[in-house]
Design a protein around this ligand. Sequence first.
Ligand code: PLP
Length: 485
Amino acid sequence: MNEPLISDISRPGRKGYSLHSSDLIGTPHSQLIPAKFLRKEPAALPEVPESEVVRHFIRLSSLNYHVDKDMYPLGSCTMKYNPKINDETSSLEGFAALHPMQPESTAQGALQLMHELSGMLGEITGMAAITLQPAAGAHGELAGILLIKKYHEAQKSRRSTLLVVDSAHGTNPASAALAGYTIVSVKSNEIGRTDLNDLKEKLNGDVAALMLTNPNTIGLFEKEIVAIADMVHNNGSLLYMDGANMNALLGITRPGDMGFDVVHLNLHKTFSAPHGGGGPGSGPVGVSEKLIPYLPVPVIEKMESTKGTHYHLTSDCPDSIGRMMNFHGNFAVLVRAYTYIRMLGAEGLRRVSENAIINANYLLSRLDKAYSLPYPKPVLHEFCLSGDLQKKSHGVRTLDIAKRLLDYGFHAPTIYFPLIVSEALMIEPTETESRETLDRFADAMLQIAKEAEESPENLLAAPQTTPVRRLDEAMASRQLNICCR
Ligand SMILES: *Cc1c(COP(=O)(O)O)cnc(C)c1O
């Protein structure tokens, strides 16, 4: 953490490059901008040669942890390796230099890409139509719930409750509340699935929909999904799928075939756009036939005529919920997802999920003797362990285990989520990790379990090897200057 600020390494007169004055094209700014808006003094920009700029940022990037550095087993977040070709295609000038307000006739390639991506996501999910507008998973949830609301309004049916299973991601009840619903929690049973008796009890004429994650946040498939869909539909309610865990299902099974009416995807998880640093995401929403009239506008239509194919944006949808985003969503993420799907093809996508499942079960089989396993194996693409054993016998918490992992060079798993598992450690290796990497991670976890027994103080004092030591987490997320100088 001794890296100085770039303004501190600035020295007057040092330059990255210089332009010969004859290279400057066009009218000088001083003639274009009214004098009152012009600076009196030159901007105090750092003056640093290119070599030092590059080294400065490379050093900073290595202080941080990222998927290009090593395994990132953050459960529920699908931190897979993001192929570099995605960045290559999304920065092609024809995509990157488009202006969202330029005439439709000059953006046909972009519209075609979005139209085709919607088609591919529709095929992957088994849904009748897809909107690409929402900016992230949670935003997709909000869009999906607004669609559900509009549907019931059109049926003249007044319903004010949404059911959410107790293992759900926190965004589910938050999105439901934002859309104005009252949330009722449905219990999980002893095998980590939705408790059908509890669901039956809570289904009544006021329930607009049930929100379900499949596979759920413990990495377990809802085996009774067809029965659940029937119960919900017989009640006149709709079924919403949180599709953040789609990495387990690609080419194997589809939400549409399970009876879901709405599903959101996280392109930045399953379809490999970089995320985790607050960068742009994308949360497309797929719907069944009966919700199509309510989709956000504009909708992309493919028109065939004697002059050829033309893609057209229409907002002529009187029942639409309106816009969810300015313009068309996070387009560069759509290009990345499109590239990813085209690179893999249908067979490749299925192998993604098969390998994600194999990797999770392999890792689990190496760890389930050292840590307690709250729900029986096998799992799909991720699993949840509990640090209960270590807490009861040795007085170390899951937080200490997670912090110690940083000393072994790994990002920590998701901890204390889902809420139904005490001292939860939620691990998702993803398909992009090799057997050797999984073994290195398993060895570190086993070593930590041994340390918990023999030298718990190592865990309590962790991390020791990171740029900063253990932080007051509440403070660190509010006061971003964590530099220890
Ligand atoms: C990530 C995630 C979400 C929220 O998605 P964002 O893209 O982060 O808004 C919702 N549900 C589950 C299960 C998730 O893992």
